[in-house]
Design a protein around this ligand. Sequence first.
Ligand code: ADP
Ligand code: MG
Ligand code: ZN
Length: 628
Amino acid sequence: MKISWKVILLWTLPALAIGFFLWQGAFGSSGIEIGQNTASTRMTYGRFLEYLDNDRVRSVDLYENGRTARVAAVDPQLNNQLQQWRVDLPANSPELISKLREAKVSFDIHPPRNEGAIWGLLGNLIFPVLLIAGLFLLFRRSSNVPGGPGQAMNFAKSKARFQMEAKTGVMFDDVAGIEEAKEELQEVVTFLKKPERFTAVGARIPKGVLLVGPPGTGKTLLAKAIAGEAGVPFFSISGSEFVEMFVGVGASRVRDLFKKAKENAPCIIFIDEIDAVGRQRGAGIGGGNDEREQTLNQLLTEMDGFEGNAGIIIIAATNRPDVLDSALLRPGRFDRQVTVDAPDIKGRLEILDVHARNKKLAPDISLEAIARRTPGFTGADLSNLLNEAAILTARRRKEAITMLEINDAVDRVVAGMEGTPLVDSKSKRLIAYHELGHAIVGTLLKDHDPVQKVTLIPRGQAQGLTWFTPSEDQSLVSRAQLMARITGALGGRAAEDAIFGDAEVTTGAGNDLQQVTGMARQMVTRFGMSDLGPLSLESQTGEVFLGRDLMKISEYSEEIASRIDAQVRSIVEHCYDDAKSIIRENRAAIDRLVDLLIDKETIDGEEFRQIVAEYAIVPEKEKYVPHI
Ligand code: ADP
Ligand code: MG
Ligand code: ZN
């Protein structure tokens, strides 16, 4: 039996303290009873005898078998007032009695009081009793608290750990923009409600459905919607709740969960963030986490342990399917994988519709325009966006959200909080040239996304920003587009270099260069877009499993490695030259735009393109084809 000593100590310490306190108290009162009802001072035995001889003593009460006495005597120093004293007497002084009789002092003998002894006894008992009571309470408590420490008998009866939710308040209507996933899960509900329809034609009902997708796309929401709509019990637990400090808890929690589920079938089990338990076994230095692996093994066993038609369907969600153990994914367990991806423009519009339901929107708001502005946004981003806009509206004391707040909120969600504009200075001019470098290169290259606005108002980490309107379809990117992006990203540094000279370039391009290098390297090693030919030289590296990927053997030789470097360098250099020549050839336009930008802080895309069009030189070689 494993008992947490920390907890026991915690519990017994107060008991100990109380016990000790009472103990002390009891001892105190078992002592002298004499001083209890009088504030008598002490008198020496010699002085007492002297008083006795001088006839000052009026009465004597003897206590404790004659070992102490309370003496009433007149004190000559206090105008012969009657005073009380306490006197300690010698152990054996029978002559004292005769002396008292001689002096005709009234005296009395009080029998020893047993009370004191009783208190003493109680005091001695009270400590162990309290200790035992404390321990008893502790055990009772821990057996009531689910998964509480110090209980072996039903250690992990996780009563409160997974909830049986009947009403989550979420309906399928609240989930938008992920139609395929929704349909798939709606079918799950049919499995549970009308299994005959499937079994009649010999279909085996799937045991598990795995929802896979980036964070914030609505996986948890979808599961909650099922709970709301299915009309069957719905057990939900998060993967992390299986994993505890104590070995064996997770496994027994899994057992418990499935036991409960079988009692309540037909029902749905929802395991959120399953990657917390479902990670590949045996990965990592030192073999990984034993407890987690036991839990996973138990989960696998349980999933095998019931037949497909038992009326239990397990839905799990994760955003890391790549780290899941392959045994989980094989048919018969999570045999269905439902991808929940970031929504497209239509999906975003539907999600915005859902979240705009409880918001006050001004009539000028076009949800479609917002949807168009936000490629790559997930459901959570969109909901956050509308909320930020509503907060801004309230802060500005407006009646309803207008497009202005929406745009500010998008900027804020994407790039961070707005800072205060710089005062006019040399560095402000340099930042202006840098940003306009991005913007003009981006505008003049045919394959680049169009400029949305250029601004010198700092946001988040950035001192200035150039916004581009990303095209809707980001899934397939051509070589020309990649080259244009690299050139555009180098535009800032190119402008610094071409205008202020080699010595004046700044650290402001650090971030740009990082992106540039990443893109160029991927072109060479993953997309086969260089002279090295169509080879995939590096697999996509997600987060590594320490230990599994750490000692990965390089997939190519030293020679190829240096050729990769050379190719990356040549791509970047080529693009940098392009960017610099675009800057030089459009110097007049840039100079005018810089003055305008410093004056206005922000230039929007339309105005920007107009000004560029007045100056733009279309080069003979058709090196770049302008957007305009
Ligand atoms: P995850 O996929 O990471 O589990 P959630 O389901 O927790 O994401 O989504 C977080 C929030 O984002 C939801 O509560 C909801 O407000 C919003 N949201 C996400 N996706 C959608 C969607 N498809 N439709 C409506 N709202 C969504
Ligand atoms: Mg989630
Ligand atoms: Zn830049």
